[in-house]
Design a binder for this molecule. Sequence first.
Ligand code: GYE
Length: 310
Amino acid sequence: ESGGSGSSGSGGSDGGLTMGFAQVGAESGWRTANTKSIQDTAKSEGVDLKFSDAQQKQENQIKAIRSYIQQKVDVIAFSPVVETGWDTVLLEAKRAKIPVILTDRSVDSKDDSLYETFLGSDFVQEGEKAGDWLVENADESDVDGDGSIKVVELEGTTGAAPAIDRKEGFGSKIAADDSIEVVASQTGDFTRDGGKKVMETFLKSEKGIDVVYAHNDDMGLGAIEAIKAAGMKPGTDVKIITVDAVKDGMTALSKGEINFIVECNPLLGPQLMDLAKKVVDGEEVPKRVVTEETTFDQEQAAEVLDQRQY
Ligand code: GYE
């Protein structure tokens, strides 16, 4: 029994700690699965979870974090909607001696003493996997056969780590093939509706689009609606690459409406609660915990679809 310090009687390795979690929002299927994983694991591990949804607004997340500091929770975890602008509030948590765990998305700060650890995916690598697939499948991806592969990119939330990194990783890989060119790129805010609207404008403004690269499944699914409405066949007339591998995305992939999905794992609850207990108990944890992920083509999606949990 090493834990259980503090006047509140919380903490300790037997659970019973209080966590304030400031979630990004409910913008995507990924986010819904992530929230459920965190809430379910908190329950089963006996963690008293205070949960807030920031509706994709940084100011709401900052407010939530401040309220968790005021409530003297044992640990704060959050998924920063954008990368920058966190130093002030994180310093407040540090001064209040409340440890902070970054979950899913990271912050861009020079001072890494402002948080204990960062649990989440390697988003640059996800973008690289998407780019590698396109380079390897360049011939089939030149749908109109004009010798150039015109890509439109549906970006995630502006300033968010996964939007910045997935763009960077993809760009670095497609640079290997001169015939591949990103002709337009705009944010769809990680939502289905955003993806649909941006794709509608791209279909009007760009001639001969061969490929859509969407930073998440939801925007890709929105693009599918726009492509169908324009009288074309998604996955055939326009190739589609997305990231996440949620059930709706995997269903579209197995039906041939998406061509390739890079997996991003939202089930972070178990690892998060484990890290939180260790941090509160004063145990050492690695500064970075990367989640393991794979990729799916159409055949692979059809094989695993039944077992997909989310
Ligand atoms: O890919 C997207 C969600 O931060 C990894 O956020 C997460 C991203 C995920 O809205 O669907």
